[in-house]
Ligand binder design. Structure first.
Ligand code: ATP
Length: 202
């Protein structure tokens, strides 16, 4: 899977719809301080399911919505779309029926976030899994924030291990194992309840 296009609309400083087309090879983004280079990287993280406002340099998730400027009023929503080339058909089941996948995340003031993949409503978890399985995603070590290298150098071994696991594409498996363990615990509780009922009937 390869990213081919990022579209921002009302996201941080990108008040008007803006497309970033990602061609084969290296893509460089250059511009003066404060023009929105880091906002582009944050949009990428956000559409892949980032849920920590601090990772978006904000106090709350709605801070990603354009909050107005001298000549423009604030927007009521922000939307980011990421188009992926899936010709190699490496996307997980549920996403793998088309050559191209378009993931859209939209946040509306007072109404939270919603996701779509190729026009259908999907859960945040589905989107996070899609990218975790592809060794990318909101926490991917391929997205390097300012100050992240020194954080990594000073990190404890456990935190460094998480970075390696993310790069190896196995973090999705951990999330699935955790879900399976929760289901197992629920089923064990149900079995205990059944035993109680049987005992009462005996
Ligand atoms: P530098 O080169 O200094 O790191 P940069 O090109 O990475 O800068 P960003 O940090 O991406 O720039 O962009 C910062 C700009 O985005 C600031 O002008 C800030 O006011 C604007 N900005 C951030 N959040 C919002 C928002 N919710 N609404 C409007 N503008 C915003």
């Amino acid at each position: 899977m390869r990213f081919t296009k990022l579209r921002l609309n009302g996201f941080k400083s990108f008040v008007d719809p803006t497309d970033l087309v990602i061609h084969d090879g290296l893509t460089g983004v250059v511009g003066p301080n404060g023009c929105g280079k880091s906002n582009l990287l944050e949009a990428l993280r956000w559409v892949m399911g980032e849920n920590r406002p601090t990772a978006m340099r904000g106090g709350g998730m709605e801070d990603v919505i354009f909050n107005g400027a001298a000549t423009r009023t604030a927007r009521n929503f922000a939307e980011v779309s990421l188009v992926l080339d899936n010709q190699d058909r490496l996307a997980p089941a549920g996403f793998n029926d088309q050559d191209q996948i378009e993931v859209i995340r939209r946040i509306t003031r007072d109404a939270g976030s919603a996701y779509k993949a190729n026009g259908k409503d999907v859960r945040a978890r589905d989107v996070q899994m899609l990218f975790a399985d592809a060794s990318t995603g909101a926490h991917s070590p391929a997205l390097v924030r300012q100050g992240q290298i020194s954080e990594l150098i000073n990190a404890k071994p456990k935190a460094r291990r998480r970075v390696l696991e993310e790069a190896a594409g196995i973090s999705g498996l951990y999330a699935r194992r955790h879900e399976a363990e929760l289901k197992l615990a629920g089923t064990e509780q149900n079995l205990l309840r059944v035993d109680d009922v049987l005992e009462q009937l005996a």
